[in-house]
Design a protein around this ligand. Structure first.
Ligand code: AMP
Ligand code: TRP
Length: 349
């Protein structure tokens, strides 16, 4: 986190640093979620600021989810948070739908944001595809709910992968427009935190596409629940080019798949691309892939085992979420009440 959050010249000087982030329970967790998001969540938890991590189930239903699958994925994502090192005593962990204030603030923001802003969102264009008329209204309004998630806690920092940058710009625009329209300095201008070697983990089948839980090909991603054999097989079959690895990062130019595997190796081994290439430069993929597979299995197996163990006790997971929701509500309710006052809603005291 930058010192800017505390400096006097920052627009957020009046706000205590507070971290919020969320992941959709719309499928299993991928290596992209882990390296781009969850691992960073754990780092921030350990940095001593207040951290709030949400399972954004209201966002997930902007595209169709089978109810039973949604319930299972919500618990599985929570198990992933816990297994990766999030501690419900240190961080607030909860699912969005249990804190009604998210939907309430989202409605206010629906009346602040403009249609034109939403139409420019690349995630909407990607997810709606060719038939945008047939997308849900929720999918169109998705970024207003996301702004509400963040601003409901006056969060100053949001760790995310690269693909969320545009949504975070919209969150700042929403805060700025609200503050301007109502002549207040109420919402902070939240900073995205997009750092590290793995802010954009790519598909194993196509180095130009993001690794995603919604890709129809399971071979394109590593799931956090994959066993050791599956991980090794997917890495062995990952698309590459016929050349050996270069010894300098410049040699990865124009080699999207090679760059992706080196990035993943660097992120999993907590080293830089330069360090990886110093050791692996000159190696063929036939030699590098088994090294990567071993590293991935060593790093991911303990997490997937712990997820499996936690999934045997869904009631414990639900208790963590319920307790987290209570703590989240205690922070959110006063901020929503003040928002209502600013907007001019009458409330009886
Ligand atoms: P989602 O699965 O779309 O809810 O994303 C949850 C979080 O994981 C967000 O912070 C994303 O930016 C991050 N994320 C998802 N896929 C990737 C990826 N392939 N590489 C890096 N970060 C990712
Ligand atoms: N839109 C994010 C994604 O797809 C998920 C999300 C919802 C989120 N609300 C958030 C991320 C608030 C950070 C903060 O990845």
């Amino acid at each position: 986190m930058t010192g800017a959050a505390q400096s006097q010249s920052s627009p957020n000087a009046a706000f205590n640093p507070r971290v919020f982030s969320g992941i959709q329970p719309s499928g299993g967790l991928t290596l992209g979620n882990y390296l781009g998001a969850i691992r960073r969540f754990v780092d921030m938890q350990e940095s001593g600021v207040q951290t709030i991590y949400c399972v954004v189930d209201l966002h997930a239903i902007t595209v169709w989810q089978e109810p039973e699958a949604l319930r299972r994925q919500t618990r599985e994502l929570t198990a992933g948070y816990l297994a990766a090192g999030l501690d419900p005593e240190k961080s607030i962990l909860f699912n969005q739908s249990q804190v009604a204030e998210h939907a309430q603030l989202a409605w206010i923001f629906n009346c602040v944001v403009r249609m034109g802003w939403m139409k420019r969102m690349t995630q909407f264009k990607d997810k709606a595809g060719k038939n945008a008329e047939n997308a849900s209204l929720g999918l169109f309004g998705y970024p207003a709910l996301m702004a509400a998630d963040i601003l409901l806690y006056h969060a100053t920092h949001v760790p995310v992968g690269e693909d969320q940058k545009q949504h975070l710009e919209l969150t700042r625009d929403t805060a700025a427009k609200f503050n301007h329209d109502y002549g207040v300095d109420f919402f902070p201008l939240t900073e995205p935190v997009i750092e590290g070697t793995a802010t954009r983990v790519m598909s194993l089948r196509d180095g130009t596409k993001k690794m995603s839980k919604s890709d129809p090909s399971d071979a394109s991603r590593i799931n956090m629940t994959d066993d050791a054999d599956t991980i090794a097989r997917k890495i062995r079959k990952a698309k590459t080019d016929p050349d050996a690895l270069p010894s300098e990062p410049g040699g990865l130019e124009g080699r999207a798949e090679a760059r992706n595997l080196v990035n993943i190796y660097a992120a999993l081994s907590d080293s830089t691309i330069e360090e990886v290439l110093r050791d692996a430069g000159g190696k063929q993929f036939s030699e590098f892939k088994p090294m990567l597979a071993d590293l991935a299995v060593t790093r991911l197996a303990p997490i997937s085992e712990e997820m499996g163990r936690l999934m045997q006790h869904p009631d414990e997971i639900d208790r963590v979420l319920g307790r987290g929701a209570e703590r989240a509500r205690a922070l959110a309710a006063p901020i929503l009440a003040r928002t209502y006052d600013i907007v001019g809603m009458v409330r009886s005291t």
